[in-house]
Design a protein around this ligand. Sequence first.
Ligand SMILES: *Cc1c(COP(=O)(O)O)cnc(C)c1O
Length: 436
Amino acid sequence: MTVPPLYTSTRGHGPVALVDALLQGLAPDGGLYLPEGLPALALPPAAPLADIGPRAVAPFLPDGDAAPVGDTFAFDTPLVAAEKLLGPRGFMLDLTRGPTAAFKDVGARFLARVLSTLAPPTDGPVRTVLVATSGDTGGAVAAAFHGVPGFRVIVLFPADGVSPRQRRQFTTLGDDVVALGVDGPFDACQRLVKEALARPDWREPLRLTSANSINIGRLIPQTTWFVKAFADLRGRGEPLFVVPSGNLGHLTAGLMAAEMLGIPARFLAAVNDNDAFLAWREGRAPRNAETVATPSTAMDVGRPSNLERIEALVARRPELDRRIEVRSISAAVTMATMRSAYADSGRFLDPHTAVGVAALRARERESGPWIGPAVVLSTADAGKFPDTVREATGRTPPVPLSLEGLDDRSERWSPIPPRLEALEPVLTGTTGEGNR
Ligand SMILES: *Cc1c(COP(=O)(O)O)cnc(C)c1O
């Protein structure tokens, strides 16, 4: 019988079982949970995510049974040849086909389905899922938990930092999703979530949990499309995965997937002007002390949470360090990349994917083409960012099917200052209770 791994905090707390790690989000010592050992996975034959997803996450679940994930993986993540854009060995891994047109759908759906199956609150207050968003997480988590009995979602977003279409994904759903526009950057939202979870007088009585990528439950399902891409690329040489990065959850999941499969791969983390990860690699201070606003808003993270996980993974296995590269791409180059991609190949890139494409190009200019397949993760649909895409290309990208009608729905959200006291009335109030 499969024995699923236990989870230990990067700061030592634990070990705890999966459900506890998911419910706690952040470990009580302020650290982030990591599996004590990663389950070994045999490389599956090439197949759609609907097949590979449940198989890849099963070893993490009680009795190795994937039933709790339900329809989490009910859309595909195709690997598409992108020769015009990226050269003969270039691919895009399209992660934009979920209900909110961003890869975060998968992690959010996994968390919602697994928690509602394995940890439904049977009596007392609903569970409150706190989520800080730099744009896409809020919509994905709201969509995943909306209508799930026993849960409500509180989304904290930078009031000035998300696109209107992104915002509508979590301000138009109804009572079980409360949206708070924080007067500050994403990092202020993330800090509020961490501080709220760190309060013992709130955490237990109010049944708080977090759906940010501080929650290991977001990262486990994100390993699946790396597994799928490895399967698709079997026999083609060592892949280079280009990961547009902000909070570094996606990169952490990629490292976990490669380790589970025992297959070598190279990872290029593509960051925007918020270059904390590059600075960490170079042993210097970040260029900007504060979070700076860029066209790739979902990556505007000044202090990436998952750096703590990456440090722990590298400490466990020092050779990982050589598998990670980092490049920082400026806002101007991001816009120019969107423009040239459209001019050269008729393809609309969203600003996040554009950072990845630009990072790969910069790497090739410096070191020549990568020896194996180069895979840029396409993290969001261009249609979520119509204003930025229009500014770069002069054209308006089509609205993704899943977002049609969104612009017409009426919004509800409240502005709050970036202080914990401002959160208290919302947490202790009765908002959302009606939707049990
Ligand atoms: C969240 C997000 C990223 C960054 O992923 P991290 O796991 O935070 O590094 C990149 N692109 C898009 C579109 C995102 O929503």
